[in-house]
Design a protein around this ligand. Sequence first.
Ligand code: SF4
Length: 649
Amino acid sequence: MGQTLTEKILDDHLVEGDLTPGEEIGIEIDQVLAQDTTGTMVWLQFEALDLDEVQTELAAQYCDHQTYQFDFKNTDDHRFLRSAAGTYGAYFSRPGNGICHNVHKENFAAPGKTLLGSDSHTPTPGGLGELAIGAGGLDIAVAMGGGAYYVEMPEVVNVKLEGELPEWATAKDIVLEMLRRLSVKGGVGKVFEYTGEGAASLTVPERTTITNMGTELGATSSIFETDEQTKDYLERQGRGDEYVELTADEDAEYADEVVIDLADLEPLIAKPSMPDNIVPVREVAGEKVEQVIVGSCTNGGYEDVLPAAKMVKGREIAKHIEMIVAPGSKQAGELLARQGWTAEMMAAGVNVSEATCGPCIGIGHVPASDSVSLRTFNRNFEGRSGIEDDSVFLCSPEVAAAAALKGEIVDPRDLADELGDLDAPGIELPDKYDGSKSDIITPDEAIDDELIKGPNIGNVPLKDELAADIEGETLLHMEDNITTDHIIPATSDILKFRSNIERLSEFTLSRVDDSFAQRAKDADGGVLVAGENYGQGSSREHAAMCPMYLGIEAVFAQSFARIHKANLFNFGIVPLTIDEETYEKIEQGDDIAIVDDVAEAVRSGDEEFTIRVNDDWEATANLKASERERKILAAGGKLSWTKQQYEEG
Ligand code: SF4
């Protein structure tokens, strides 16, 4: 039987297991990336593993999420990251050089390679045929040390794109259509492999918009076959020699198929506050807008900003609107500036920002209270913009620019009719991506050869071996879709403690209940209960590390998001699933005890656990874990387990 492209790449990198969907496999990792908010922990963990240098083909450390240096803590973190990259042999991308996914795509992503990154949108280079997966920082540290990465073998779904996009519909609308059809849970345990003549018609930057936002579907990864478009992009980036032709076999068998006729698509928009809350733009036309932002790792490339620039050129954006353009990388920003587009945007009233994630996680450009913000980003979880009860819509750069001109949400086709001289900008790549590379410090150019730690940089917390008894108060009973933003918010006032777990843990779940951390401390730990899809959103391992630090020993949820579940194992917290009836019956404050000897049951592979609530009634909780995950849990987390492995040789 033939293989899908995903299976071919996994097969090439397989070190453990076979390619049976749902079974755990171990794969070799070629490249790793870390961003600044997860990177400090990656390197502190790498240091704790006592290794001398990076073992993967390539490691890259980016400074993108928080580039505004509010006080010494962030600057210290960035200096620490530079020193770690220098000490251990990684590339270092300076603050302001751009968002990890954009800069990685431009400089390092290569067909057929595997990439592991401590950021949930790591799958972005799938648009170039790289199999890229997001993971927790500890997994990155271990992979950098030459260890395999373990993941459940995903099901491979063929997304067949037919036809061609009509005017004003974009790659963003393709992935919004996927979200409309499949929801934020539709990709869990899956890789989406895009094929067909519609896929072939898309340029690499369009493809990476789709693979980037596959994360919002909950997918393990998304990937495109390579072809003339891939070759063309790499050549324009001056990396034509890295092209490899990669396709699925003709007789490859997919687990499922989704067919989208691109010709049927129209401009779509995600309403607040979930990326799958999709409607046609026309359905929300007329809604007054106060802020428009074009940027992010989804739509911050040269090819994304250019259409918006073409649309506002020679016009003026509405007076009550602030339109911000934050290019995803300095390469994109530099090209736009050299070609005069930055000046055109400024003349139209655009506020041109530095290349950063910033506003995507509520760092800068927080919307005004009770106002609508239209963004080209990938997620709009409530409060992520930096203000609770925000009203953030997600759309293409074309829809964003149209709203900026009109002052309200408008389908760009209708605006074009109204203005008479507004042409659909389409997609255009530069002849050559010839921005300067001065902001990337190569391992050979390293400035530091030892770690530089400021006073806000603490140690990695370690947990004891798993106990026989787990019993504690239900400190929180939470609803469905609790995100890692809920668990540890990424706003600047909180994020500045990312390298100081003792301090950061005080903010744990503060967006759900601001008394939680104190209550957890007073009770000396406890357990958490949640609905479906607990921990969705990002790879932020602090969302497991901080609850662990506060003594949380188990999370009972109806289901878990993939990366967060792995992070719970990594930090020694037992992730148990419960059914809806049990979830409904448990109340906050209830005492939950696991009846079995937990450590013994975890070691011996038991899947069913009996829980006793308030010493009154019993229910079943399930643990779905591989043998390796059980060993990690029993050891008290992955760091302790990996150290044990090294000691045992
Ligand atoms: Fe940065 Fe937002 Fe992309 Fe995350 S989703 S990498 S915060 S731009």
